[in-house]
Design a protein around this ligand. Structure first.
Ligand code: F6P
Length: 535
């Protein structure tokens, strides 16, 4: 690998024209939409409304070649220990390789045996009398299954309720417990390390609640997913599904951490979910750079962050099932690429992870889209839309027609927002309008300045035919591999997360002080807050 800022292409990228105009780009190239749309694994991604042209793409492709991104990709996919600070391989892609695939060969069937055992248990739970599954985990041991179960709700076994508890704040668990019957509830404690404060606290509380309800059969009502079987056993759980240190927490949905999803949708659908991700992996591994979707997205991210200086990216899923997708992506991207030193520990002279944020469309439109359209910062937006809705039941009569119309409205909103960001509204257009709610005492020119939109704001449109296990798998894998690409270009280790340690250590040190009140040696602000909270 060569660090990006030491390649000739880096300087060329920074010297490229930045004042690109989307209207001119479309006017000068009638085939732009087609030429900038790529397809892979059932995903159709229109990159044409982004602030780049062929010259930009050529330089970015040179940057990828000179940085050695594809070599690093191959190293990752073949199991080299590319997570150097932890001395680990990065092989979540092996978890979704088919039975006869190279992934299985890498581990002599170990991966498939673990998957088969987890799926057999999932089927057993589905066939049992359980009504409620309570999944206790946090971060990568929560966000993936929580997001995916929500996204695939129409595929969830009817009558089965899934709950996700993550926060150490007891209000989280307390809101779930009253809904449960201990006799028909299964708790799954998910923690790769089985040391995470939040998860262990919730698991202890759940166990105490279970006992208070007269529950005694822990073996039947508690299971764990963890790579620390011994710690799960010490906690009292006999039924533990294990995984390996080469599966990063934020990449673990494909492992046994996906158990609640497998219980919810069944083993066949879970295998479809893996197959969709694998299809995307194959695309990433084999497509030429010009047509390689994760590569193009990752390069665009570098262009925006380092040349155009955009510090955030907004995710706008126009599908209610994907409302937790932005939160999932926050961990994926910001925990992976929020780093300020390179792989050798040398400080970086350029920016890395953008802030990733968002909310389901159309809700976001009525909250922060104002800033996206008229704020002083340019925030690239990623619109996600699904062609065919699926409600989990077949709407009849008038409802069927009304829901169809709602779906059209949803799609029209999505396309319109992307159009508005790109087109904007000129001053003279705003001046020609007579908005009924405007203050009549205001000069027309002043009002038109408030009502003009700069436009030329970039967006990407990701389209799925249907949101199902296969396309969801592909979608998540697309983001994983794209985050890999930008991280590799930046020359950082996208697979460690040392930045979460300090807060955990300080929390452990403060915890007894909340009990004792001892404020000795603390900074003034923390000491004052501690004193106030204890009164
Ligand atoms: O605090 C960050 C983190 O380590 C994440 O990387 C991880 O997904 C999460 O905590 C949960 O960790 P565990 O699965 O070990 O409980």
């Amino acid at each position: 690998m060569t660090r990006c800022d030491r390649t000739p292409a880096w300087g060329q990228m920074l010297a490229l024209p930045r004042a690109l105009r989307l209207d001119s780009l479309f006017a000068s190239d009638p085939a732009r939409a087609q030429r900038y749309t790529l397809e892979a694994a059932g995903l159709r991604v229109d990159l044409s409304k982004n602030l780049w042209d062929d010259a930009t793409r050529d330089v970015l492709l040179s940057l990828a070649a000179q940085s050695g991104v594809l070599e690093r990709r191959d190293a990752m996919l073949s199991g080299a220990p590319i997570n150097a600070t932890e001395g680990r391989a990065v092989l979540h892609s092996a978890l979704r390789a088919p039975h006869d695939g190279s992934g299985a060969a890498l581990f002599g069937g170990e991966v498939q045996a673990a998957l088969d055992a987890m799926l057999a248990f999932a089927e057993q739970v589905r066939a049992d009398a359980f009504t409620d599954i309570v999944h206790i985990g946090i971060g990568g041991s929560d966000l993936g299954p929580a997001m995916a179960v929500q996204a695939l709700q129409p595929f969830v076994k009817s009558g089965l309720r899934l709950h996700f508890v993550s926060n150490v704040d007891g209000h989280d668990l307390a809101a779930v417990l009253p809904q449960l019957d201990a006799k028909t509830t299964l708790f799954i404690v998910a923690s790769k390390t089985f040391t995470t404060q939040e998860t262990l606290a919730n698991a202890e509380a759940a166990k105490a609640w279970f006992a208070a309800q007269g529950g005694t059969d822990i073996a039947r009502h508690f299971a764990a997913t963890s790579s620390a079987r011994d710690k799960a056993a010490a906690f009292g759980i006999r039924n533990t599904f294990g995984f390996w240190d080469w599966v990063g927490g934020r990449y673990s949905i494909w492992s046994v951490i996906g158990l609640p999803l497998a219980i919810a949708v069944g083993s066949q659908a879970f295998r479809e979910f893996l197959a969709g991700a694998h299809e995307l992996d194959r695309h990433f591994a084999t497509a030429v750079p010009e047509a390689n979707l994760p590569l193009q997205l990752g390069l665009l991210d570098v262009w925006y962050r380092n040349a155009l200086g955009f510090s955030s990216r907004s995710i706008a899923p126009y599908h209610q099932g994907l409302r937790r997708f932005p939160a999932y992506l926050q961990q994926l991207e910001m925990e992976s690429n929020g780093k300020c030193v390179d792989m050798d520990g040398e400080p970086l002279a350029y920016a890395t992870s953008p802030v990733v944020w968002g909310e389901a469309g159309t809700n976001g439109q009525h909250a922060y889209f104002q800033m996206l359209h008229q704020g002083t910062d340019v925030v690239p937006v990623e619109f996600l839309a699904v062609r065919k809705p699926r409600y989990g039941f077949a709407p009849q009569g008038a409802l069927a027609g009304l829901l169809k119309e709602q779906h059209r409205k949803l799609l029209a909103n999505c396309l319109a927002q992307a159009q508005a960001l790109m087109q904007g509204k000129r001053f003279d257009e705003a001046l020609a309008e007579k908005p009924p709610t405007a203050n009549p005492a205001l000069a027309a020119e002043a009002l038109a300045r408030h009502r003009s939109f700069p436009g030329n704001r970039p967006s990407t449109l990701i389209l799925l035919d249907e949101l199902n296990p296969r396309t969801l798998g592909a979608l998540i894998a697309l983001y994983e591999q794209r985050v890999f690409v930008s991280g590799a270009i930046w020359g950082i280790n996208s697979f460690d997360q040392w930045g979460v340690e300090l807060g955990k250590q300080l929390c452990n040190a403060l915890l007894p002080r909340l009990e004792s009140g001892d404020a000795s040696g603390l900074d003034g602000s923390t000491a004052a807050a501690l004193a106030w909270l204890r009164t």
